[in-house]
Design a protein around this ligand. Structure first.
Ligand SMILES: [Ca+2]
Ligand SMILES: [Ca+2]
Length: 480
């Protein structure tokens, strides 16, 4: 009998595009030489106070050397203060529901954790994807070559993005675990129904590559001994497999979700009610939001089904999009506890999920709604401790140097560190501030975020191997 694998696909809509800022210098006239200024090649910005602009730094330096201007400064970026810098974050209602905001202050994952995404590949050039999303591999029947895993359907890009789209980068959405690595393994290029062989080969490839977690937002109603063998291998190798339970809304089982070593994920809506399309049976271990889930989508998919764009985001429905939220939670858990087993993760799910529906386990919600914060707290209660970091602000020539020092005993690997300072702290009396120094020095992942205090600037660092965490802490500084 011929076996089929089904992937659930849903329509997306485009809702944003990226932004680019050019570098400009502001120059101020020398009060003794105001009359000279009309001959200079600079744009008036606020001429009443002698402020002009130019993109030509060398030219400005020359003017300064000649005493024609009083100063040069890099034009700052000015932004409208909103809560998040990922513009679509506020659309990601599912993250609020699943305990993500608190969880991300604990960790964004570590890059030694590898998550295999068995799907339709991933968009290779998406602006919200970083180096954390690997080039991928294809086992699809009609793949031009195995190294081309570019997503021609859109499904895999959304799934990978829900796990690992870059957060705090001023672009698109926030992934749940954007510091872990994601390996897209494409088993289909041509449609949402495929034969089983390339699907099995994709799982084999992910296992051979040493994936810690495997996300399978797909499945088949047929039990096959071949798929069972691969799931047994995954279990024996301590790989946590997370799979969608299916979208027919019935009690019918789908595999691999129905194997008892696999974490089966169902869908809820904004009211925490199980969606009508989510399977209701004992394969459901946990549920996560699966209706109106915002995610990156591939260009090709946009061309096929919606409007042509250069970069895209959309929203989709299905247990396919619930599944990666649980896989991301597993990746965060594995970042904190590298030897976490599939059984231990299932136990964590049963102990921490928010019970819904009938009291206790039930076949609509499993153990309940995913709670990432509770999982991480359970694994390491120290994560939720609020620790105070000290900071020192001093002038160094024309720059302000802010040094952050941690005084706690908790190791910081894998944690996020968020520091807030008021604008006055950073810029007062120091117009040429261009850098902030932290100790130990690691500025590779600094991005600005805007805190809930309108006059302040926020910065976020993560993955300090040697630092001790913490901050959540700077409310005192933030809102004085
Ligand atoms: Ca983003
Ligand atoms: Ca229940």
């Amino acid at each position: 009998m011929k076996k089929y694998i089904y992937i659930m696909l849903f329509l997306f809509f485009v809702i944003t595009s990226p932004r680019v800022l050019a570098e400009t210098y502001l120059i101020g006239t020398n009060p003794n030489n105001v009359s000279l200024f009309s001959s200079l090649d600079a744009e008036p910005v606020a001429p009443s106070v002698g402020v002009y602009s130019t993109d030509d730094r060398e030219y400005a330096e020359q003017l300064l050397a000649e005493g024609k201007i009083a100063y040069i400064e890099k034009a700052a970026s000015v932004e409208l203060f909103s809560f998040e810098q990922d513009p679509l974050f506020m659309r990601q209602w599912n993250l609020q529901t699943c305990g993500f905001p608190k969880a991300r202050s604990y960790t964004r994952g570590t890059n030694d954790v590898l998550v295999g995404v068995i799907d339709s590949g991933a968009e290779p050039n998406h602006p919200d994807f970083g180096d954390n999303i690997l080039p991928g591999y294809s086992t699809a029947e009609n793949a031009a070559n195995p190294t081309d895993a570019a997503d021609t359907l859109g499904h895999g890009t959304a799934v990978a993005g829900i796990i690992g789209a870059l957060a705090y980068n001023g672009e698109g959405t926030a992934g749940i675990a954007d510091n872990v690595r994601i390996l897209p393994v494409q088993y289909t290029k041509s449609g949402n129904i495929s034969t089983e062989a390339p699907f099995l080969a994709a799982i084999e490839y992910a296992l051979n590559q040493g994936c810690d977690i495997i996300n399978i937002s797909a499945g088949t109603p047929a039990y096959t001994a071949s798929l069972k063998r691969l799931m047994d291998r995954a279990y024996a190798e301590n790989v946590i497999v997370v799979s969608a339970v299916g979208n027919s809304g019935t009690g019918d089982y789908n595999y691999p979700a129905a194997f008892n070593t696999v974490v089966g994920v169902g869908s809820t809506d904004k009211n925490n009610i199980v969606t009508n399309f989510s399977q209701k049976n004992t394969s459901v271990n946990v549920c996560a939001p699966g209706l109106d889930i915002t995610a990156p989508i591939s260009y090709e998919y946009s061309k096929l089904l919606v409007t042509q764009i250069s970069s895209g985001y959309g929203y989709g429905n299905g247990t396919s999009f619930s599944c990666p939220q649980v896989a991301a939670a597993a990746a965060l858990a594995r970042s904190i506890k590298p030897d976490l087993t599939p059984d231990e993760f299932l136990s964590l799910i049963s102990e921490t999920s928010t019970d819904l529906g009938e009291a206790g386990y039930d076949i609509s919600y499993g153990y309940g709604l995913l709670n990432i914060e509770a999982i991480l707290n359970k694994l390491n209660p120290e994560l939720s401790e609020t620790c105070v970091v000290t900071h020192n602000i001093k002038k160094d020539g024309e720059n302000t140097v802010i040094t952050i020092t941690n005084n706690t005993a908790i190791p910081a690997k894998g944690k996020s560190i968020t520091a807030f300072f008021s604008s006055e702290d950073i810029f007062a009396d120091s117009p040429k501030t261009e850098y902030i120094e932290i100790s130990p020095k690691n500025t590779s992942d600094i991005t600005h975020i805007t805190p809930d205090c309108s006059y302040a600037q926020g910065f976020l660092w993560s993955d300090f191997d040697n630092m001790k965490p913490l901050l959540k802490a700077t409310q005192k500084i933030l809102c004085k």
